[in-house]
Ligand binder design. Structure first.
Ligand code: G16
Length: 542
């Protein structure tokens, strides 16, 4: 039975870098999730009778909101819901399912790499029919709607049996519960040289994949162990848990420290990798070497032709602005376009749809291609495995040879988490205010060449996105970028991105923090980080 429920707006439902992310108790307020979902539906046109994909990363509160979303989709007139078994779909798998079934769009329930549990984070994101995150014009419409919403539509129906694969009905809508892994695994098999990777494992190649108790566990078990023949136990922490075992499912050097330590030990396997809460991020570590996401993008772009899915070459490469320029040099060599977008995967969608870029990447551990419209953690791992199977060289040798050919972009990101919002906003506002006077000034011995606030002009639809991060470029090509994160759920997170280009191979063996020490000092002098935030060091260095 159709129910129209009266509601009152919440003022804080502005989607961030990637959907709406809040603490679970915020989402548990009566009508909170319903308001947001209805605001999404109210902002869309023409979905009557069409399909909606619904899935999430399995974190705490996932199953409840999946049921809510199914009822509301039926009440709002969708004809079909495609739901991952158990309410599970990794973000890249959801993107693929939207595309494969030509769905109108999808609701992805995830707060990505943020921790999960009754007092941790939850999130909802809407993806459009190309499988990618909704562009800003949609998220802005959703926010506008959320501020005036006064009713939502739902049904009085029993819960859907989420664990049973097959078809059920809810009101006038068909609900199809699908295996969350098989379509995605088949897609991976179509892109990569599985026989060559299988042969490499057979020859004794050893790897560890850390699923961080998050959504990629079942995907990694099926693909790495069942289809590629890696020994059982290659995928670790492979059972998804609603609280990720109490850890941050963030594949960086802090939260995947165990893997990092293993990879730096004498007994390290050949290859180490990890993915995050919803499966879109990746961490790549070779024996004795961490590959930065920026370098990984450049290396994968340079070697992608070794995989069957990319043997025709790349149409172009895209990276977010704070990502290092390592991939730019590869694009130049390949003679293909290079695009610099704001942070947020949604900005790659147009370039991919228009056939202008094939591979995209971000410093925040995201890499992907035109096979879906999300970044894809396991895809990156499999492309690395394909490259390793084709070249049969250690990761370290491949990386060092790449630096020798292209030069090395020393790169690090310093995060100051949960800073008081006022202090962080004040810091950014002051930086903006002095952009005009910075050129020519000297900080920690470095002379500023240019300084600006990054604005993106989308070459496909002509839209403009302003205030996307402060860039300070120094003479000689080094740079520092300042940005506030759009994915945190408490206070503000200041991100400082630091990059130095070193063409001389004799200088490629320096420890990163040491190689950029002057830039770190300059960043503090320019922005007054310590004095304004009261922090004498970053909370996370990646
Ligand atoms: C999201 C976005 C990414 C972005 C990252 C960091 O990733 O999809 O495009 O780079 O957040 O954003 P911020 O610096 O604003 O925190 P994920 O993996 O959290 O969905």
């Amino acid at each position: 039975m159709l129910k129209t429920v009266a509601t009152k707006p919440f003022s804080d439902q502005k989607p961030g870098t990637s959907g709406l992310r809040k603490k679970v108790p915020v989402f548990q307020q009566p009508n909170y999730a319903e308001n947001f979902i209805q605001s999404v539906f109210d902002s869309l046109e023409g979905f009557a009778g069409k399909a909606l994909v619904i899935g999430g990363d399995g974190r705490f509160y996932n199953r409840e909101v999946i049921q809510t979303a199914i009822r509301m989709a039926a009440a709002n007139g969708f004809g079909r819901a495609i739901v991952g078994q158990g309410g599970i779909l990794s973000t890249p798998a959801a993107s693929h399912v939207i595309r494969k079934f030509k769905a109108f769009g999808g609701l992805i329930l995830s707060a990505s790499h943020n921790p999960g549990g009754p007092h941790e984070d939850f999130g909802i994101k809407y993806n459009i029919g190309n499988g990618g995150p909704a562009p800003e014009k949609v998220t802005e419409a959703v926010f506008a709607r959320s501020k005036v919403i006064d009713r939502y539509l739902t049904l009085d129906t029993p819960d859907v049996a989420l664990d049973i694969i097959g078809t059920q009905t809810v009101g006038g809508m068909t609900v199809e519960v699908i295996d969350p892994v098989s379509d995605y695994a088949a897609l991976m098999e179509s892109l990569f040289d599985f026989p060559a990777i299988r042969a490499m494992f057979k020859d004794g190649f050893r790897m560890v994949f850390d699923a961080m108790h998050a959504v990629t566990g079942p995907y990694a078990k099926e693909i790495l162990e069942n289809r590629l023949g890696a020994p059982a136990g290659t995928a670790r922490n492979a059972t998804p848990l609603p609280d990720f075992g109490g850890h941050h499912p963030d594949p960086n050097l802090v939260h995947a420290k165990e893997l990092y330590d293993l990879m730096m030990s004498a007994d390290a396997p050949d290859f180490g990798a990890a993915s995050d809460g919803d499966g879109d991020r990746n961490l790549i570590i070779g024996k004795g070497i961490f590959v930065t996401p920026s370098d990984s993008l450049a290396l994968l772009a340079a070697n992608a032709h070794l995989a069957p899915g990319y043997k025709a070459g790349l149409k172009g490469i895209a990276r977010s602005m704070p990502t290092s320029a390592a991939a730019d040099r590869v694009a130049e060599k390949l003679g293909v376009g290079m695009y610099e977008t704001p942070t947020g995967w949604k900005f790659f969608g147009n370039l991919l749809d228009a056939g202008m870029a094939t591979i995209c990447g971000e410093e925040s551990a995201g890499t992907g291609s035109d096979h879906v419209r999300e970044k894809d953690g396991l895809w990156a791992v499999l492309l690395w495995l394909n490259v390793l199977a084709a070249r049969r060289q250690p990761v370290k040798d491949i990386v060092v040879a790449h630096w020798r050919e292209f030069g090395r972009n020393y790169y690090t990101r310093h995060d100051y988490e949960e800073v008081e919002s006022e202090a962080a906003n004040g810091l950014m506002a002051d930086l903006r205010g002095k952009l005009g006077v910075l050129p020519g000034l000297k900080f920690a011995g470095l002379v500023v060449e240019t300084a600006d606030d990054f604005a993106y002009h989308d070459p496909v639809d002509g839209s403009v996105s302003r205030n996307q991060g402060i860039r300070v470029l120094f003479q000689g090509g080094s740079r520092v970028v300042f940005r506030l994160s759009g994915t945190g759920t408490s206070g503000a997170t200041l991100r400082v991105y630091i990059e130095r280009y070193e063409p001389d191979a004799a200088q490629h063996g320096i420890e990163t923090q040491e190689a950029v020490a002057d830039l770190i000092r300059a960043a503090d002098e320019i922005a007054g980080i310590a004095q304004r935030t009261g922090r004498d060091r970053p909370s996370v260095i990646t």
